[in-house]
Design a protein around this ligand. Structure first.
Ligand code: ZN
Length: 226
């Protein structure tokens, strides 16, 4: 089977991260978590003298979005590295903006970069369809491991992370007010990517994101030919 590049779109709370984790754990995909990737570069001890790293680290710590051109550059470099290593890749939280997805006149976007590395026919796009009130309710009770960042379903009867025994906490940006902000941000900044792909005639497989994760995962696997 050819190596695949998969992008999962969907509003916050639609379960993108869970599905990307399942692809990583059961099918050997590299789950590209943009927040985690950026933090690991910004906290790299060997790079703390670089002016650029200092600047971006300040932004990141203040909760301000990192410079888009810098972010896109990193995403593309990492994507090429992962493709070269022979792994399939899955994105659950990026691209977040039209610029990250498509670049501009001078800069190749992430999607075109993946087409080059994996082949256009091996790129797959999913959209996790869920009613906003269900996503919001799910988000409100979602807990995340404070150590390995593994998300745990809200009603799972566990008090520690099943992965690493770390402490579980409700994420700060999961409270209802902040959820609304993230939801609106997603609709205005990220949804245009889905619409642009559709208008280019690219297939985006819609997945019903309301059932339990294993059922959703079965549909994703089927669509990917597993
Ligand atoms: Zn954990």
């Amino acid at each position: 089977m050819h190596k695949q590049a998969v992008m999962i779109f969907g509003t916050p709370g639609s379960g993108k991260g869970t599905q990307a984790n399942l692809l990583e754990w059961t099918k050997g995909f590299y789950h590209f978590d943009s927040g985690k990737e950026l933090r690991s570069i910004l906290n790299d001890p060997s790079r703390q003298n670089e002016k650029l790293i200092q600047r971006e680290r300040k932004l990141n710590e203040a909760g301000i979005l990192n410079t888009p051109s810098w972010v896109l550059g990193i995403f593309k470099k990492e994507a090429k590295k992962i493709a070269k290593s022979g792994k399939s890749i899955v994105y659950s939280g990026s691209p977040r903006t039209m610029y990250e997805a498509f670049g501009d006149k001078k800069t190749l976007g992430l999607i075109a970069t993946l087409e080059k590395s994996y082949g256009k026919e091996n790129l797959h796009f999913f959209f996790m369809k869920i009613a906003p009130e269900i996503a919001a309710a799910r988000n409100k009770i979602r807990r995340t491991c404070t150590v390995c960042t593994n998300p745990v379903l809200g009603d799972a009867p566990v008090t520690v992370c099943p992965n690493c025994m770390g402490e579980l906490k409700i994420r700060k940006d999961d409270d209802p007010e902040k959820y609304k902000v993230r939801y609106n941000e997603y609709m205005t900044r990220t949804m245009p990517i889905v619409e642009a792909l559709r208008s280019q005639g690219i297939t985006i497989t819609e997945i019903n994101a309301e059932p339990a994760p294993p059922e959703i995962f079965a549909n994703i696997k089927k669509a990917l030919g597993f």
